[in-house]
Design a protein around this ligand. Sequence first.
Ligand SMILES: Cc1ncc(COP(=O)(O)O)c(C=O)c1O
Ligand SMILES: N[C@@H](CCOP(=O)(O)O)C(=O)O
Length: 472
Amino acid sequence: MRYVSTRGEAETLGFADALLKGLADDGGLYLPESWPQFSPAMIEEFAGRPYADVAEAVFRPFVGDDIAPGALRAMIDEAYATFAHPAVAPLVQIGPAHFVLELFHGPTLAFKDVAMQLIARLMDHVLKERGERATIVGATSGDTGGAAIAAFAGSERTDLFILFPHGRVSPVQQRQMTTSGAANVHAVAVDGHFDDCQALVKAMFNDRRFRDGVGLSGVNSINWGRIMAQIVYYFTSAASLGAPRRKLTFTVPTGNFGDIFAGYAAMRMGLPIERLVIATNANDILARTLATGRYETGNVEATMSPSMDIQVSSNFERLIFEASGRDAALVRRLMSGLSQSGGFELPEGVLDAIRRDFDAASTDEAATAATIRRVLDACAYLLDPHTAVGVNVAESRGIAPGTATITLGTAHPAKFPAAVKAACGTEPALPPTHAGLMERAERFDRLPADLTAVEDYIKARTRAAAMAGARP
Ligand SMILES: Cc1ncc(COP(=O)(O)O)c(C=O)c1O
Ligand SMILES: N[C@@H](CCOP(=O)(O)O)C(=O)O
């Protein structure tokens, strides 16, 4: 399988190169040249199979010959052995036809672990085979950072730099990033919001000298490997509820559009999905875009679902590319409009194509809190605020007779104990795997949202690691 850039001006790459590259040299995002197809019989056969079996079947066509089958399977098995639930991503019923897909049984209690545990292993494997190392830079609104640190801590082939918005992540999220103690991990609190952190990462990729000098790679969902890993749970959950014969809708708490784009990918691969519903908090740029056709960034608002406090949804670029029939020139024009004026207008045909597959709605803070209370009272089930945004949107959109809805449960409520307690009076406890987390000593640095400052910081630390003999 070859990978093409959404902006059409970067060379096409094989899986391993696209994985290490992260963002294409033309600023675009990589997508497979074509979508592998799964027949109804193959999907039906996924029901009841171990998660790792389905993952292997889904990854194989994307990975091609770049990774030997035995090595791939071993990495999948290792990655999902870190999960506390044998099903990896179990379903819990919260209504007659409404299910929560729990994606938070991994080491850092959020859905990011599903992909990060795999791609850390894949990257290490490829770097080792090539005798190379990489400097990985990631932006986080709270969960990607912790998951990346848990997955890459102690890796001999990577230095990991995570930029998080100072004062805008939950205390549990911050401790997951600042207490690893690993020498190859650097947590950086940036004076700004998530979009500033993400813009810094993209600017580093566009700075050729810096990029090539440090061997830059990325683990945000701009990296195709992240999306690929997230496709699997759409297949496992749908098959276990009766797909392809049963009609299903997925509602996805959305920020950077990576998770829901994985659902779209599953759809393109043959999974019959009635609708993909984008659920946003007050940062409702995507809900506005679907309603009006205009993608217009505004101010980032702080909410009780902080991981979704995002305006620039990176993966929406992938959807525009697909919905326009892979029109890279259009993507270039719209993305240049975004960087010059903070917005763009979707052509009518593209908007119509998006509306055929997607629906979108936002949820305010009061409704999010009310949803946490209501589901606790009705089902004795505690939602985290991000999942609550999804559940509220799913219910407000209604569930058509004869269909079922799966809302993605993207985080464990214990990552946001103050918000959950304020909503329903119950403070969720961290699982035993996290004992002592809040008492551990923190290590992080604070930097302005300034490209030179961040690049200098990274260069100094990768040099220091080299001098200390940490490089194999
Ligand atoms: C808990 C949680 N829910 C939902 C999201 C949104 O996912 P995505 O960015 O893939 O749209 C994120 C992060 O973005 C998250 O951390
Ligand atoms: N919500 C995310 C934001 C970054 O998203 P990513 O999926 O592109 O890594 C976070 O928690 O960091």
